[in-house]
Design a protein around this ligand. Structure first.
Ligand SMILES: N[C@@H](CCC(=O)N[C@@H](CS)C(=O)NCC(=O)O)C(=O)O
Length: 212
């Protein structure tokens, strides 16, 4: 059975969401962040990356959620929520699967720049980060104006990868979606899914800590 090492208030809730969507059994091990808000040493010891989510499947310990969700969906979910290479929307599927890492690259660089302020040394970095982030978020909104889901007509792993960025990052200084009406409607719709609601109740940002 897969163990999800869950770091409180983190994007490891998306693995819980996927398991609930697929109806697969799992164990959840809960870790609190340290006072510095980072993963505690015992979490970092699980995998060289020291990032959440990390999962265990037998002897395999795996980090990086874009890899984890594909691993689970293909190995244990009969490929549900994925698109095959011969699907007409396969390129869209691949592209939007990467939204998480693209959005978070901009998020993290922006946080670092906000901390130091714009200087001669980082002004080009600030400029390109801003341009990339705006391009990506505006493209997402346009895409959702024409399609119910990021890969097209079907709910896929792209939703599972994108939602945290749209719902949770603004509270930490990330880009808001106030000017993106299609993204707002999308969140409203996707967050009604029973598996999403159940997963957020178990491991989402406001989920209660499990009893010790
Ligand atoms: N690209 C990685 C990003 C993982 C990541 O940055 N996770 C954050 C939690 S949202 C984390 O581990 N933070 C704690 C730390 O860096 O100490 C993924 O999708 O798994």
């Amino acid at each position: 059975m897969i163990t999800i090492y869950h770091l409180a208030q983190s994007q490891s809730d998306r693995v819980v969401w996927l398991m609930e969507e697929l109806g697969l059994p799992y164990e959840l091990e809960w870790f609190e962040r340290g006072e510095d808000m980072l993963a505690p040493p015992e979490y970092c010891a699980l995998h060289p990356m020291g990032t959440a989510p990390t999962i265990r499947d037998g002897d395999l310990v795996m980090a990086e959620s874009t890899a984890i969700v594909q691993y689970i969906a293909h190995r244990y979910g009969d490929g549900r929520f994925t698109l095959a290479p011969d699907h007409p929307n396969y390129p869209d599927y691949l592209y939007w699967l990467m939204f998480n890492n693209n959005a978070q690259t901009s998020f993290l660089v922006n946080l670092a720049i906000q901390a130091t302020g714009i200087t001669a040394a980082n002004e080009n970095l600030a400029k390109t980060t801003q341009r990339r982030q705006e391009g990506l978020y505006k493209q997402l909104d346009a895409r959702l104006g024409e399609n119910p889901y990021l890969a097209g007509d079907e709910f896929t792993l792209c939703e599972i990868m994108a939602m945290t960025n749209l719902t949770a990052l603004p509270a930490f200084g990330g880009r808001t979606i106030d000017d993106l009406p299609n993204a707002q409607r999308y969140i409203e719709r996707v967050s009604q899914r029973p598996a999403y609601r159940k997963a957020m109740g178990i491991a989402g940002p406001t989920a209660p800590r499990p009893a010790p």
